[in-house]
Design a binder for this molecule. Sequence first.
Ligand SMILES: Cc1cc2nc3c(=O)[nH]c(=O)nc-3n(C[C@H](O)[C@H](O)[C@H](O)COP(=O)(O)OP(=O)(O)OC[C@H]3O[C@@H](n4cnc5c(N)ncnc54)[C@H](O)[C@@H]3O)c2cc1C
Ligand SMILES: NC(=O)c1ccc[n+]([C@@H]2O[C@H](COP(=O)([O-])OP(=O)(O)OC[C@H]3O[C@@H](n4cnc5c(N)ncnc54)[C@H](OP(=O)(O)O)[C@@H]3O)[C@@H](O)[C@H]2O)c1
Ligand SMILES: Cc1cc2nc3c(=O)[nH]c(=O)nc-3n(C[C@H](O)[C@H](O)[C@H](O)COP(=O)(O)O)c2cc1C
Length: 603
Amino acid sequence: MTSQVVKPPDTVPYIPDNAPFNSEQRAWLNGFLAGLFSVAQAVPADPPPSLKIAVLYASQSGTAEGLARKVAKELKSKGHVASLASLEGYTPAALAEERYAIFIVSTYGEGDPPDAAQPFFQKLCVEQLPRYLDLSYSVLALGDSHYEHFCRFGIDLDNKLAALGAVRIYDRVDCDVDLDEPFTHWKQGLFAQLESIVAARPARSAPSSSRESAAPTSASASAADGKSTVYSRENPFYAPLVDKRPLTQDVSTKQTMHLAFSIADSGLKYEAGDACGVIPQNDHQLVAEIISALKFSPEAPVQLPKGGTVSLSDALTHHLQITRLTRKMIEAYATIGSCQPLFALLAPDQQPLLDKYTWDRGLIDIIHDYPDVLHNPADLVAMLPKLAPRLYSISSSPFAHAGEIHTTIAVVRYRSHDRERGGVCSTLLADRTSTGERRPIYIHPNKKFRLPATPETPIVMIGPGTGIAPFRAFLHQRRALAAPGKNWLFFGERSASTDFLYREELESMLANGHLTRMDTAFSRDQERKIYVQDRMIEQGAQLWSWMQAGASIYVCGDASRMAKDVDAALHRIAEQHGGMREDAAQEYMQSMKDEHRYHRDVY
Ligand SMILES: Cc1cc2nc3c(=O)[nH]c(=O)nc-3n(C[C@H](O)[C@H](O)[C@H](O)COP(=O)(O)OP(=O)(O)OC[C@H]3O[C@@H](n4cnc5c(N)ncnc54)[C@H](O)[C@@H]3O)c2cc1C
Ligand SMILES: NC(=O)c1ccc[n+]([C@@H]2O[C@H](COP(=O)([O-])OP(=O)(O)OC[C@H]3O[C@@H](n4cnc5c(N)ncnc54)[C@H](OP(=O)(O)O)[C@@H]3O)[C@@H](O)[C@H]2O)c1
Ligand SMILES: Cc1cc2nc3c(=O)[nH]c(=O)nc-3n(C[C@H](O)[C@H](O)[C@H](O)COP(=O)(O)O)c2cc1C
């Protein structure tokens, strides 16, 4: 059986002049037929109009990238044509081709972009013309308000785009560590704006390429990393501590520990280079002291911003940050208690004094310094930030230490204002966790800090202090996989006799040739400080020949000083041994980054 297709006429049908109708009837009938014709001619309903939107991210440890993926996915589900790309390798020229762009960016260093996004931003900063008059955009800035330059890169990017003529679709939102709520708020506001833009557009204005270009970009295609764990920061795995030993000697001026967790049968998977997140808890004694100083009941029920009702003691132990002071906390405390001296500290020109006050004090100090302010547990809970997880570079390899995660943790201890103090998480693990006890952990992937794909590639690892952690993982992994590439380690600590972390392991790897070279810098073993970068300069010619031979360079450890000095040393080596001028050395190091041969994991 064939079906007959009745095609509508191509021209408007009309009542012939000789038909038996008077002119009024003919006019009415012609109008009626024209109406029918237009309905028959109408194309099938237009697809709902959509926008072509570039979702761009700048991420060092994956948070911004993860959120960008979510946003791109949701935009697609709403019918938009969303592409996803990292600002790594992205150019201002490519941005000029876009009409709608959404930026999700984090901040590092002195308020800088993540490493990979620096070339993009440098190029954007030298743009002069109002180049982006056709661009509508929104920025979500990620950061941590404990840093001086909170969300600085997001702020700078937002301002620069506006200065170049781009129009904000939705105002920037700055997210602190606890970013779920601000992210949702920004996303909802942004999506509502996009909807109103779509509603204002004529129905046929959907981009012709809409459906086909919704295919994932190479960046989004790389999302699948094969990890199938159900555990996460929100749903951590309670891992038993299976090994705990000091790596420093008792007589040392510092304490660094090796702590291993079992992840056997958990389904947790990681790669060398990843970090382990630990959900910490505050010291019970400090919690008890705070509650008692405020004359509250530990059992008083309090409402957490997102976590329902818990006792005050539980809230202060598990959920809230009590050991550090922030501007926001001081603002809240000063307001509740009308504390004039605190208001004075909060004046914009008093930042150095505020920093001095907050630097080595916590909640207990402000309660003692300005007593009788808090009379309601709810006020206390409302002024405290959320207790954030801590990250530790994993120092084991899944190929060499199956079923375990090793960490290398420097225990934070100091005395100030007549009180012994400890870092929340490092002392929790060092002092208040015995082997066999479980702690909530999760994997924090660090895709930017991986061994070279080719096992033959030589690597240079620069890791003073706990910066050694991922390099122990790298060395074990390369040994387990019999990777033939050469391995060079620069390690530094205070003193060889007390602080040579993993000394036996490293010396044995050196003796059997797995570690091709090891150069150490023990800063306090002589009058003049010697640091890893001094050893790098001493070995500059050799280091340069490794770099020229295609070696990948890795730096891990302290961000505030070491990473900058090591970076400067690498530039100097390129100048001295590569015969380059300053700008050429700069370009050379940038090309190492572009080729993914210069990686940093600094904190
Ligand atoms: C990606 C990444 C990887 C990391 N890897 C490692 C690792 O492998 N090993 C490791 O040990 N750490 C590592 N860290 C650091 C780690 O996450 C924690 O920040 C560190 O252990 C301190 O946490 P805490 O809870 O013990 O201390 P906190 O409670 O966070 O206290 C630390 C704070 O105490 C204050 N403080 C410290 N000393 C003094 C002082 N003398 N005077 C006044 N105030 C002071 C400072 O404000 C400091 O920020 C890493 C961090 C990141 C982001
Ligand atoms: N921001 C700070 O003031 C500060 C200070 C110490 C530690 N930290 C943090 O504490 C944590 C643990 O530290 P860690 O145990 O890993 O070791 P670390 O404190 O980073 O020290 C490891 C070694 O690096 C040396 N060092 C100091 N300044 C350096 C520089 N500019 N360049 C190269 N080496 C330098 C130290 O020497 P000396 O100590 O003898 O100078 C020591 O020999 C890290 O998170 C680190 O960032 C911060
Ligand atoms: C070493 C280091 C330095 C940081 N510096 C800053 C900073 O200067 N300002 C800020 O607001 N946040 C800073 N942060 C916080 C990050 O921007 C924040 O954790 C962000 O969510 C990370 O996003 P990402 O995983 O996409 O890189 C820093 C974090 C680290 C680990």
